[in-house]
Design a protein around this ligand. Structure first.
Ligand SMILES: [Cu+2]
Length: 145
């Protein structure tokens, strides 16, 4: 009996890192699109206990979902594609207006305030996660905006 107990404990210990490796996603929201626009944007807060990278995203509602970083060069605002977003262990990484964001291009339908869209996030180490992203106002700065 005692030996069986030990086996169970070891199995639990080996299983633990798989749970710890998942990335916690909070405060996700998309902005409602304006008439005629087929481009959307998604923001969220990501936190990994162990350190990870966001390496990609996809959604059935758009042809592509890419990671962008907005930067200012003088008075000119530009967006650069980033291949990955680093998630340092235990640190909250915030994707927010005028900074990092996920750009949805080729929307298959408008994003309407009060609805939700599914977004799959792909990580370097953690298993992919699908989050349900609420659509907020077209100029929202927060999920409730
Ligand atoms: Cu962008």
């Amino acid at each position: 009996m005692k030996r069986l107990g030990m086996v169970a404990v070891c199995a639990a210990m080996f299983a633990a890192p798989a749970w710890a490796a998942s990335v916690v996603v909070t405060s996700a929201f998309a902005r409602a699109t304006l008439p005629g626009s087929d481009t959307g944007v998604v923001y969220m807060t990501l936190e990994s206990d162990t350190g990870d990278k966001l390496t990609g995203a996809s959604t059935p509602v758009a042809v592509s979902a890419m990671m962008h970083k907005t930067s200012m060069a003088g008075m000119v605002m530009s967006m650069d594609m980033v291949s990955a977003i680093d998630l340092p262990a235990g640190q909250k990484v915030v994707l927010q207006p005028d900074q990092l964001h996920i750009m949805l291009e080729g929307l298959r339908h408008p994003l309407v305030k009060g609805t939700t869209i599914p977004l799959q996030l792909i990580f370097a180490k953690s298993p992919a996660e699908t989050v349900t992203v609420p659509v907020a106002g077209f100029a929202a700065m927060t999920p409730g905006g």
